[in-house]
Design a protein around this ligand. Structure first.
Ligand code: PBG
Length: 345
């Protein structure tokens, strides 16, 4: 830029002299001019709504750490999803709170064709066929220890876990899932899931890879939501990415794309905007962010205390993802943001 200005205005002049007449406030002076030069936009098409599901009928449970978010039985979930679809939300993602009696060391209940994830998918698909359904194949809602994989002698065993989640992915596709989103971070899972889906004839079911899922403190409220908080022994540092690493994040994403991922996701969102931008620049594939539970709860809590304007902070945080290069955002704010957007916010 400096070189361009110097060439145009002659080498003798300094950059300071040349830019002396520049006033960036000119284009900020009115609503019309701000709209005219606005570089990024958030639309309802960018929103994916993560929801929590529980067994039963007509059940709605509050999640203390996530005000405004509930665990819903499939019938109520279908009703809420219908409302979101009417607001234009293109897709949802389901996460189950599994009855404790069904959790075990290996998370075997994920292989039950009628488990709560698959029940919810069927109910939602039937009620709202026009919305996209994303399901997770991680084992953590199903294990008695809250880890995303099979735990043996203190180690999360990779390949056995991958075989199990690939099988679970086929059951989820059979139930009607449109996109499988593995959040477990086992090596080789995307390739194994692709192979299993294709072998079962589910060529059209896509894979959204949690390509870079960081070992983050921002998942706290989610663990209350699915009931793993009290169960989790140790941490997930042997399989999630170290928050200090960004080159490794690129290698993870590359690996998942080579194995057949259709879309990438970065999780958490706001603390990792640099990763989103790097991945989008490097691979030019559909790239998503997960604004996780802790990010949601921080905004809600500060707003509840009157410390920030919750609505404005919500919309600003979502726009930031677009600026970083996201094609879409998984956010618990989806219905609220969609309502604001449709009202012309
Ligand atoms: C685990 C999983 C996590 C989230 C979704 N699936 C992280 C974890 O519990 O370690 C977090 C989502 C959120 O915080 O909103 N497979």
């Amino acid at each position: 830029m400096n070189r361009m200005l110097r060439e145009r205005h002659g080498a003798a002049r300094t950059v300071d002299e040349i830019t002396g007449s520049r006033r960036l406030r000119r284009m900020r002076k009115a609503g019309w001019s701000r709209r005219l030069v606005r570089e990024n936009h958030l639309t309802v098409d960018d929103l994916i709504w993560p929801i929590f599901v529980i067994d039963g009928e007509n059940r709605r449970e509050e999640i203390e750490a996530m005000p405004g978010v509930w665990r819903l039985s499939p019938d109520l979930a279908a009703r809420e999803v219908e409302k979101a679809a009417r607001l234009g939300v293109p897709a949802i993602a389901t996460f189950p709170n599994v009855d404790l009696s069904l959790r075990d060391e290996s998370g075997s209940h994920i292989l039950a064709a009628d488990n709560i994830i698959n029940k919810a998918t069927r109910a939602i698909k039937q009620a709202v066929p026009e919305i996209g359904i994303i399901t997770d194949v991680a084992l953590d809602p199903f294990t008695s220890h809250g880890h995303d994989g099979i735990l043996r002698d203190g180690v999360i065993v990779n390949d056995e876990t991958v075989a199990q989640i690939a099988e679970a992915a086929v059951l989820q596709a059979q139930a009607g899932a449109d996109i499988i989103a593995p959040s477990d971070m086992m090596d080789g899972r995307v390739g194994a899931i692709r192979e299993a889906l294709d072998a079962a004839g589910h060529h059209d079911v896509a894979i959204m890879s949690y390509a870079t899922k960081f070992a983050s403190a921002f998942y706290g409220p989610y663990r209350e939501a699915i009931g793993t908080g009290g169960l989790l022994k140790g941490d997930k540092k042997t399989y999630y990415v170290d928050p200090a690493n960004s080159h490794e994040a690129v290698r993870e994403a590359e690996q998942d794309l080579l194995e057949g991922a259709d879309m990438l996701m970065v999780k958490p969102g706001l603390p990792y905007l640099d990763i989103i931008q790097r991945l989008k620049d490097e691979f030019s594939v559909p790239t998503f962010a997960y604004q996780v539970s802790g990010e949601y709860s921080m905004i809600r809590a500060a707003a509840a205390n009157g410390w920030i304007d919750g609505e404005k902070a919500m919309m600003e945080s979502l726009l930031a993802f677009k600026r970083a290069g996201c094609d879409g955002i998984l956010t618990y704010f989806a219905p609220e943001a969609a309502a604001l957007l449709s009202a012309g916010a």
